[in-house]
Design a protein around this ligand. Structure first.
Ligand code: ZN
Length: 260
């Protein structure tokens, strides 16, 4: 058998070049729907449009990992990072900051907002969860389109993984829990070349899968919850309901640094 990718890293070279057809299921097309409100219109199972409605609320999964495991992925080229200032509120999750230039909103009364970034990625779902490498016998990378949440530190880690003159879009990255802290992740390079570009056919299929997400609309929804002013006040109130909660929140935030 002729190996076509001698320049790949060892774990990639281990993948035989036969049967390069991908069976990865294409993600449901994300049409540029207006942002769903928290309560949608009533729906009947007999409604001929029900499958369209369900498809429209389909969310882009976020890269998540268990402690002790890694995720391997590549940044989708041509899709810019989305960014927003956010607050983390216990029990509420990440909320988009409401302050604007010259106007400080209620969410910023007690704390500074933190920058949060999200990137669209090709996640390789058939890697070994401990090492991030393709196990022996795997004949092609299996890809899912996901969003990865990044702090400033995470973005810097990714930039540091790039060789001089190289690009973050041409390397494969690894995400794991930061062992030095209770919360937060570490990002580093796992391979100098993208596994998804192994063959022209794979590359074309991967890019086609990413196509419905290229406008960044779904990606932006993964930055955090966008609440209206009333919902934000309620969320902040519930977040600081007890001094105990507040204490644990502060501990958590200081532990997180800017990592979440
Ligand atoms: Zn704020």
């Amino acid at each position: 058998m002729i190996k076509q990718f001698n320049t790949f890293d060892e774990d990639y070279d281990a993948i035989p070049t036969s049967r390069r057809t991908t069976t990865a299921t294409a993600a449901a097309p994300a049409t540029a729907q207006p942002e769903p409100t928290s309560v949608g219109a009533d729906l009947s199972f007999d409604d001929p449009n029900i499958s369209e409605v369900v498809k429209a609320v389909d969310v882009l999964p976020v890269v998540k990992i268990e402690k002790g495991t890694v995720a391997r992925f590549a940044l989708v080229p041509g899709v810019p990072l989305k960014q927003a200032m956010t607050h983390y509120v216990q029990g509420q999750g990440t909320l988009i900051c409401h302050s604007t230039k010259g106007r400080t909103a209620a969410c910023c009364k007690n704390e500074q907002p933190r920058p949060r970034f999200v990137a669209l990625v090709f996640r390789y779902v058939n890697v070994d969860p401990k090492s991030g490498k393709f196990p022996a016998g795997v004949d092609r990378p299996q890809i899912e389109i996901q969003a990865v949440r990044l702090s400033k530190t995470n973005v810097r880690d990714i930039l540091d993984s790039v060789d001089e003159g190289g690009s973050a879009y041409t390397i494969d990255l690894k995400m794991k829990h930061d062992e030095g802290r209770s919360i937060g992740y570490k990002f580093s390079r796992i391979a100098p070349k993208n596994a998804w570009r192994a063959t022209p056919a794979l590359e074309a299929e991967a890019l086609a899968m990413a196509e419905p997400y290229k406008d960044g609309v779904k990606l932006a929804t993964r930055l955090g919850k966008k609440l209206n002013a009333t919902e934000l006040n309620a969320a902040l109130e519930s977040g600081s309901a007890s001094e105990e909660t507040k204490q644990s929140m502060e501990t958590m935030l200081s532990a997180m640094d800017d990592s979440e």
